[in-house]
Design a binder for this molecule. Structure first.
Ligand SMILES: [Zn+2]
Length: 254
């Protein structure tokens, strides 16, 4: 009984401290991962019957696969796009937008390629692993198109020059986009609070971003259902919970 009582007090106190950290932050930034969009109910491929069981993401999302069998790779991406289109950003996304409104600024660094932060209305989204919102010509560097459904009526989609278009996501074996990584590093080095949401903190180099904030004496507020390697670090406040439920709670009372 005592244990339960003190535990719930601790949760309450944790939330109060988390709210204070966020509301008093002068230069916050957010860092989100797969856990964030998973809560939208995007169906996953794993364990499902059918065609895609024969492939792993690591075999399809590579530059080699795209060159060898662009139609197959694009069928896979088209399926993912359909799934993203089926869901709406959850309350956690809207809470980040509301926090941005109150604090004046809240850039979001994300490892997700689904465009959900854009759809929710965040003003600045740094997409570390690229995006499925646009595609680029494989032969003409820098020639980019918005990824509209019409483009995928015939696969693979092609540039006006006839070359195959590729999704602007980081494929396996490719480096992170230089501009995004350098903006993320700037933010990590200049923010006083990094709000980390829904990331397992195991995919490097992206996972090194919050550590930069910590090493400069900044704070990290981590919202994850389970503890991660980051949770125990000095300067980290870990609130255990999902993004959709917990982020709105951080906005109460200020
Ligand atoms: Zn072209």
């Amino acid at each position: 009984m005592w244990e339960g009582w003190s535990l719930s007090m601790t949760d309450d106190e944790l939330l109060r401290r988390a709210r204070r950290l966020l509301s008093e932050s002068e230069s916050p930034a957010a860092f989100t991962g797969a856990g964030m969009s998973k809560e939208c109910g995007i169906r996953t491929f794993r364990g499902e019957e059918g065609f895609w069981r024969e492939y792993r993401a690591e075999d399809l999302a590579t530059p080699g696969a795209l060159r060898k069998n662009p139609r197959l790779v694009w069928e896979w991406y088209r399926e993912r796009l359909v799934r993203y289109g089926e869901v709406e950003p959850h309350e956690g996304y809207h809470a980040l937008v509301e926090a941005e409104r109150r604090l004046g600024s809240l850039p979001v660094i994300t490892q997700n390629v689904d465009g959900l932060h854009h759809r929710a209305g965040s003003s600045e989204v740094v997409e570390l692993h690229g995006t499925l919102r646009t595609v680029s010509c494989m032969e003409e560097p820098g020639r980019t198109y918005p990824l509209e459904p019409e483009l995928l009526e015939e696969l693979p989609p092609r540039c006006e020059c006839g070359a195959v278009l590729r999704p602007d996501v980081v494929l396996f074996g490719e480096p992170l986009p230089v501009e995004a990584i350098s903006r993320a590093i700037d933010l990590a080095d200049s923010c006083d609070l990094m709000l980390v949401v829904g990331t397992s903190m195991v995919v490097f180099p992206a996972a090194s971003i919050p550590y930069r904030t910590l090493s400069r004496g900044g704070h990290v507020l981590e919202i994850n259902p389970e503890a991660t390697p980051l949770s125990g670090e000095p300067g980290v406040l870990h609130v255990s919970g999902g993004a959709a439920e917990t982020l709105p709670l951080l906005l109460e009372g200020w």
